[in-house]
Write a protein that binds this ligand. Structure first.
Ligand SMILES: [Zn+2]
Length: 177
């Protein structure tokens, strides 16, 4: 299943009734906000979602998201490969009031009509599980640090100004005499 591409939208009137399973790849160009967080376009995003109508009549979306992406290493500023692995447990709701009545272990996913934007759901979940900062695990990028940041701030004050001030003070002192 990993090679197949998932549909852009699912019809919420059907998927829960059919106990649908949707697995496959999501193209990065369908996730523009997530793409903005990455160092490049080398991404592999797999989803595996089940749509279930439970005994209480809840429309549940559960499963896994897994993404291998490149982000910027905050130490050497080069790309570092990370894996995002997220468990999804959402309940489809129509409005805020319905969201407020959800069991605590469920997060609401708001969909006002029958068209559920699958890419938007995946994008939102991936953004939520992105680490705030990422680093290379090995020490090689620590060596690169010396080239990225100057060791000491360089004294950039123009010599002329530095030389002028003592004289100006001296001039004032002389005038007072
Ligand atoms: Zn690094």
């Amino acid at each position: 299943m990993s090679g197949s591409t998932v549909p852009a939208y699912v019809d919420t009137r059907k998927v829960f009734q059919q106990d649908a399973k949707i697995s496959g790849n999501v193209a990065l160009d369908r996730l523009p906000r997530f793409r903005d967080l990455l160092a490049d376009e080398q991404a592999d995003i797999q989803i595996d979602l089940d749509f279930v109508l439970n005994s209480a009549g809840r429309k549940l979306i559960s499963g896994h998201l897994r993404a291998e992406v490149d982000v910027q290493c905050q130490r050497c500023l080069e790309a570092v490969r990370i894996t995002l692995d997220d468990e999804v447990r959402l309940a489809l709701v129509r409005d805020e009031a319905e969201a407020g009545r959800l069991e605590e272990d469920l997060d609401p996913w708001l969909s006002e009509d029958y068209k559920l934007d699958l890419a938007q759901l995946v994008e939102e979940q991936l953004i939520l599980c992105m680490p705030i900062v990422s680093y290379h695990a090995d020490a090689s990028c620590q060596n690169a640090l010396g080239y990225q940041i100057p060791a000491e701030p360089v004294d950039t004050e123009p010599e002329g100004e530095v030389a002028e001030n003592p004289f100006a003070v001296l001039e004032k002192l002389k005038k007072k005499d």
